[in-house]
Design a protein around this ligand. Structure first.
Ligand SMILES: [Zn+2]
Length: 263
C-alpha cells in the first residue's frame, strides 16, 4: 500500500513536471572551503561535506542506492570497507540496490560528491520531484518502469528526510557516475548539456527544508566551479525556453539561492 502511494505520488509529479561545458581544467577550485576533503578515486575528484555527527559512533542501517559501492558507503560513514564487509558477512564487494547494510560504529554521515573530468556540462537545471516524499531507489525504479534506459533521470537527488534518507542527503545518480545524458529536460537540448538536480518535495505547496537548500547551494557551487559553468546557466526547469512546466514550483527560494551563489 505504501509503495503504491509512493508510485502514485511519483506518477502525478512526473505528469506535471518532469530529471556543459566549459572546459575542465583539471583543478579543484581554490574557492572551495578548506574543510572539504579531496581524494582520488581513479581519475575522479571527490568533495565531501559532513551532514550529521552523532554524539558517539553508532551502528546504523544503510539501504543501498543505485550504483552505490562499498567504497562510497565507507566514505559516507567513516567506516572502513572491511568492517562493513565483516558486519554483513559479505564475501566480496558486490552489493545490490535496496540491500540493507549494517554500518558498525558510524562516525558521521557525509555527502560524497564525485567530479569527473568532462567538457560536456554547460548548464545546471533545478527541479523538484513534485512529491512530498522520495528517495533515489524509488524514483530510479519508477523511471526504469517508465522506460528510461538508465533509470533515475536526474544526476543528483537531494532528499528531504523521508523514506529513511537524511534531510539534505545528496544522492548521486547512476547517470552522473557514468556521465550519461540526463532524462530531465528535453527543452533546449538540456538533457545533453545540463546537469539535472532534483529536490524531493512539491514546492508548489511547501518550501524546501533548510538542509536541502544548504546541500543544494554546496552542490551547485562545487559543480559550477569545477565545470566552469556561469551563474546565468543555473536555471529552473521552467526557465528553459520551450519547457512547459512550473517545476521547481512557485515556492522555490530563488532569491536565497542566487544570493548564496554570488558569495
Ligand atoms: Zn523539472
Amino acid at each position: 500500500m505504501k509503495r503504491s502511494l509512493v508510485l502514485l505520488f511519483l506518477l502525478v509529479s512526473f505528469l506535471f513536471s518532469c530529471s556543459s561545458p566549459s572546459h575542465y581544467n583539471g583543478y579543484i577550485p581554490s574557492s572551495v572551503p578548506s574543510h572539504f576533503n579531496h581524494q582520488n578515486e581513479y581519475s575522479t575528484k571527490v568533495v565531501q561535506k559532513t551532514l550529521w555527527i552523532p554524539s558517539s559512533p553508532r551502528t546504523v542501517v544503510h539501504e543501498v542506492a543505485p550504483l552505490e559501492t562499498l567504497w562510497r558507503i565507507s566514505k559516507m560513514y567513516g567506516v572502513p570497507v572491511w568492517k562493513i564487509r565483516r558486519a554483513n558477512h559479505l564475501k566480496d564487494d558486490i552489493i545490490r540496490i535496496g540491500q540493507k547494510l549494517i554500518i558498525p560504529g558510524a562516525k558521521y554521515f557525509k555527502n560524497v560528491i564525485p567530479l569527473y573530468p568532462s567538457t560536456k556540462w554547460r548548464y545546471i537545471i533545478l527541479h523538484h520531484t513534485g512529491t512530498e516524499i522520495g528517495k533515489a531507489t524509488v524514483i530510479h525504479r519508477y523511471h526504469e518502469d517508465r522506460g528510461f534506459i538508465y533509470g533515475l533521470g536526474y544526476h543528483f537527488l537531494i532528499d528531504n528526510g523521508t523514506l529513511g534518507k537524511g534531510d539534505g542527503q545528496i544522492e548521486v545518480s547512476p547517470r552522473w557516475i557514468k556521465q550519461h545524458d540526463g532524462a530531465h529536460c528535453k527543452a533546449g537540448g538540456m538533457n545533453h548539456k545540463g546537469i539535472g538536480i532534483a529536490l524531493v518535495g512539491n514546492f508548489n505547496k511547501e518550501r524546501p527544508t533548510p538542509a536541502q537548500i544548504d546541500s543544494l547551494i554546496l552542490l551547485v557551487k562545487v559543480l559550477t566551479e569545477f565545470y566552469n559553468i556561469p551563474p546565468d546557466h543555473v536555471l529552473g526547469h521552467r526557465d528553459v525556453p520551450g519547457a512547459r512546466t512550473d517545476c521547481p514550483g512557485r515556492f522555490f527560494p530563488w532569491r536565497r539561492v542566487r544570493l548564496a551563489l554570488m558569495k
